[in-house]
Design a protein around this ligand. Structure first.
Ligand SMILES: [Zn+2]
Ligand SMILES: [Zn+2]
Length: 203
């Protein structure tokens, strides 16, 4: 369909489609937080960040993502003790999605760097704003800011729809019965975090 947006990891083993993509269906934001930045460094894909360390993200309803290939390559990790779960392709390390730790709080945030470059800008619309600009690199003072509060107010109605409709149990990343992740999450150790913060690389 015209509103479908294809995504794939860098090597192509993991691929799928985001359905019903549009500015009214989800939120396009740029996140500059240290966890998003550290994630790309940890996985060896820091080149996907923009000049200010930003990650282009699209947050939408959890059942709108269809996984076509590579389910067995999906892996996930927690950067910190916070609940955000970071999904990536174990084949090439490409970051793909952010979700809550389990399917109880339903949303899926897709890395736009993994989406079809010919269609993503037209479908998602311009970014609503930039999150955590204080953590970005260089002079971020001119970037239009977006607060987490505003993002949460936009996310909340979609979350309620996912809960009421039962779509919460139709997310490809969580078991429909238990709502637990389909791949075992790993949590970075303090040493791994420290290495990222000091500019070192994890082999
Ligand atoms: Zn791959
Ligand atoms: Zn972030």
């Amino acid at each position: 369909m015209a509103s479908d947006l294809a995504f794939a990891c860098r090597c192509g083993a993991v691929s799928g489609t985001l359905r019903d993509v549009g500015p009214g269906q989800g939120d396009h934001v740029i996140c500059h937080c240290t966890d998003c930045q550290d994630l790309t460094r940890h996985l060896g894909h820091a080149d996907m960040l923009d000049a200010h360390g930003g990650s282009a993200l699209y947050q939408s309803r959890c059942a709108k993502m269809r996984l076509d290939t590579g389910r067995d390559r999906l892996a996930c990790l927690h950067m910190t003790d916070k609940p955000t779960l970071r999904w990536y392709a174990s084949c090439c390390g490409m970051p793909l999605f952010n979700t809550y730790a389990n399917g109880r709080i339903p949303y899926i945030t897709t890395q736009l760097a993994a989406c079809d470059p010919a269609k993503r800008d037209a479908l998602t619309g311009p970014p609503l704003g930039h999150l955590f600009t204080q953590d970005g690199s260089g002079d971020t003072s001119a970037l239009p800011k977006m607060s987490m509060g505003r993002l949460m107010r936009r996310f909340f109605p979609r979350m309620v729809k996912d809960m009421i409709s039962g779509d919460r149990r139709r997310c490809a990343l969580f078991d429909p019965a238990t709502l637990e992740p389909v791949a075992p999450p790993r949590r970075l150790t303090a040493e791994e975090r420290q290495a990222l913060r000091s500019g070192g690389a994890i082999p």
